[in-house]
Design a protein. Structure first.
Length: 319
């Protein structure tokens, strides 16, 4: 069942016949750095596999190297909503010419795995010199707009959306900041913040919690019109296997007052292929997916608790 926890990634490459802009294609040296970063995340001991594929249509994560466009990634299941001919991740400077090139790749993969910026953790207590931040990040190499600076730096993540440790200034999800950008706390307003390269101890601990290694008996069979009650802890995921005996449209829904994200996959040659998802986080409705399933095929439904403050009882049903 380990194959059900595989993320496929692809590098846009005109030489492979991809219908993509030429400036999305990166050098082999830069691709190798990204591959090594995926290996570092896997080596943490999480219940995920990463596989490189040649075709963008076969990948959940699609990577470009458009220089000057910044380094960025969509966060978590947002990557599943991006059209197949578009990037979900980009590296906007040569990774092989930068001492922190691999750290950039680790950081962007962290976003794909659902991790936000650590410096926006409301538990951090950072008080910014906002004018200095705006001046610094509006220039090279970022060249960010005021809106982007607000969203990526100054904005605090709402406390009810945080599940993780107290502030970790060594997290791979933390930017470097010069001392003049920080008013407090000490000593960072004198020394700046320069995370130790690589994944921090807390990065590794929390990813093992969010993506535990799953054994075959961790999958629950979900049958039509049978409600399955669940008690979920923050970040906990439950996996259902679905084997329909009739080809038709089915509905999948969570019930209760917890905030969840639900994703449906179909098995294809032993690999999971994304079909649909719904995220009810921060809303007053339950996650709901409607999709046609075919008799004789195998499907997986994943349900994960999203908000730390919304843990508790729920139920899942298909009909």
């Amino acid at each position: 069942m380990g194959e059900w926890n595989k993320i496929h990634y692809c590098f846009f490459d005109r030489a492979k016949g991809h219908n993509s802009p030429a400036n999305w294609t990166g050098s082999e040296e830069n691709k190798q750095i990204v591959r090594a970063a995926f290996e570092d995340w896997k080596a943490v001991g999480i219940g995920l596999e990463f596989e490189e594929v040649d075709t963008p249509a076969d990948a959940e994560v699609r990577i470009g190297f458009q220089q000057g466009d910044g380094s960025w990634s969509y966060v978590g299941t947002d990557v599943l909503e991006i059209p197949l001919n578009q990037r979900t991740m980009n590296f906007g400077w040569p990774l092989d010419e930068n001492y922190y090139g691999k750290e950039t790749a680790l950081h962007e993969i962290g976003h794909t795995l659902g991790l936000p910026h650590e410096h926006q953790n409301p538990k951090a207590g950072i008080q910014w010199n906002e004018d200095a931040v705006r001046t610094s990040l509006s220039g090279p190499p970022n060249n960010w707009s005021p809106e982007t600076i607000e969203y990526n730096i100054l904005r605090k993540i709402p406390m009810n959306e945080v599940e993780g440790s107290d502030w970790d200034p060594n997290s791979i999800m933390h930017y470097q900041f010069q001392a003049e950008l920080i008013n407090s706390p000490a000593p960072y307003n004198q020394e700046g913040i320069f995370p130790t390269p690589g994944l921090s101890i807390k990065d590794k601990d929390w990813l093992r919690k969010f993506y535990p290694v799953l054994e075959s008996n961790d999958y629950i069979e979900l049958k039509p019109f049978v409600s399955v009650p669940l008690v979920l802890s923050p970040g906990e995921q439950v996996n259902f296997i679905v084997k329909p005996n009739i080809s038709r449209s089915y509905k999948f829904q969570t019930f209760g007052e917890v905030d969840t994200v639900m994703v449906l996959f179909e098995e294809e040659n032993g690999d999971p292929r994304y079909l649909a998802d719904d995220d009810d986080s921060g809303t007053d409705y339950n996650a709901l997916i409607t999709h046609k399933l075919l008799k004789g095929r195998t499907y997986i439904l994943r349900v994960r608790l999203y908000f730390a403050s919304a843990s508790g009882e729920t139920a899942v049903m298909m009909w």
